[in-house]
Design a protein around this ligand. Structure first.
Ligand code: NAD
Ligand code: IPM
Ligand code: MN
Length: 367
């Protein structure tokens, strides 16, 4: 038993496949004297199959107790017919909401070996290192009223974009704090030209800046223009802070700057716990990829890099996190590619498990 507790929720589709590779990395650290007290449980469609709910109260309670949760992915076509309240995605949203994980860090880094692979020109993405901070517990994902109602003879679908000042202020602080440790620049994105919630967002971010972080360079951009700028010249950005829905879209877009959605990790952080570390859930940005599930084609790097983020943000093991990132870089530099990283010129992709094995071999070679 160690004092580093980790709850692993592999989930659905490629979730268990990529998580099996993370387990190899965790086991390797165990052999080096850095052990984790790992427990595993169900979330998403597999939890619905077993218990009739995408997240049981017991799993929710366990997630609240541990130092960190690591999640694979949830969802799949099999569950599309389910009532909205028990869809796999509701399990993930409940974890985020009840753990109050308001700051979702989605770094988009272009590894040197992949600079040629992006759909954008090499000089646009080479050396790219940006951090999107997505507000994760509010906005249109959770606002009330919501639902599908009947108005006369028609159905009306309703969702509500809603942000309180304090919700905006706390995620803005996360962005400014992080910027100070990086390039000291924050760009805030909303649509203040059409949405009142966007006007409030812009005002509050500016107020927090002026009162507490005047040393950080702050700019504001409409989110649609931000999407354009992200593909035009992404290296102009350091930290981007934005709302729940815009952050969802912009981070998938940013994924392609790095070469593949299979490369992007994330950390969802909340308020500090008694031990001073934030409440946290780590997960790849990608989903359950039903089109490739069960075929050993999935890229495990996003999930492995999510574990690296856990090492850094939940366990104070920054050097070990860097060691994992260096191993990933080295494997890519050797030319190893899963199928998603194959260019039009083709080549022979390696399997999910061969990629995991290669990363562990690089870790072992690094000591
Ligand atoms: P997706 O991210 O699952 O897949 C989009 C495309 O990217 C697919 O072609 C897929 O094969 C590819 N891809 C994704 N991850 C990959 C990886 N690691 N390696 C190689 N290729 C990869 O998105 P989708 O198809 O829109 O959604 C599928 C399901 O996943 C839905 O049920 C959705 O709700 C769910 N989803 C879950 C999460 C999550 O659990 N955090 C995130 C996004 C989507
Ligand atoms: C993500 C996903 C989720 C979201 C879904 C699965 C609930 O797309 O984590 O990016 O929309 O937040
Ligand atoms: Mn998404």
């Amino acid at each position: 038993m160690t004092n580093r507790s980790l709850l692993i929720l592999p989930g659905d589709g490629i979730g268990p496949e990529v998580m099996a590779e993370v387990r190899k990395v965790i086991d390797w650290f165990g052999t080096r004297g850095i052990a984790f007290d790992v427990s595993e449980d169900l979330v998403g469609g597999c939890a619905y199959d077993a218990h009739g709910t995408p997240l049981t109260d017991a799993t929710m309670a366990r997630a609240q107790e541990v130092d960190a949760v690591l999640l694979g992915a949830v969802g799949g076509p099999k569950y599309d017919v389910l009532d909205f309240s028990v869809k796999p995605e509701r399990g993930l949203l409940r974890l985020r909401k009840e753990m109050d994980l308001y700051a979702n860090l989605r770094p988009a880094q272009c590894f040197d070996a992949l600079a040629d692979f992006s759909s954008l020109k090499k000089d646009v993405v080479a050396g790219l290192d940006i951090m999107i901070i997505r507000e994760l517990t509010s906005g249109v994902y959770f606002g009330e009223p919501r639902g599908i109602i009947k108005e006369g003879n028609e159905r009306v679908g309703i969702n509500t974009q809603r942000y309180t000042e304090s919700e905006i202020a706390r995620v803005a602080r996360s962005a400014f704090e992080l910027a100070r440790k990086r390039g000291n620049k924050v760009c805030s994105m909303e649509k203040a030209n059409v949405m009142e919630s966007g006007v409030l967002w812009r005002d509050v971010v500016q107020e927090i800046h002026d009162a507490e972080y005047p040393d950080v360079e702050l700019s504001h951009m409409y989110a649609d223009a931000g999407a354009m700028q992200l593909t035009r010249w992404p290296k102009q950005f350091d930290v981007i802070v934005t709302d729940n829905l815009f952050g969802d879209l912009l981070s998938d877009l940013a994924a392609m700057l790095t070469g593949s959605l299979g490369m992007l990790p994330s950390a969802s952080l909340g308020a500090p716990m008694a031990n001073g570390r934030p409440k946290a859930l780590y997960e790849p940005v990608h989903g359950s990829a039903p089109d490739i599930a069960g075929k050993s084609l999935a890229n495990p790097i996003a999930c492995i890099l999510s574990f690296a983020m856990a090492l850094r943000y939940s366990f104070d093991l920054g050097a070990e996190a860097e060691r994992v990132e260096t191993a990933v870089n080295a494997v890519l530099a050797d030319g190893l590619r899963t199928a998603d990283l194959m260019g039009p010129e083709g080549g022979t992709p390696v399997s999910t498990s061969a990629m995991g094995d290669a990363i562990v071999a690089k870790l072992a070679a690094s000591v």
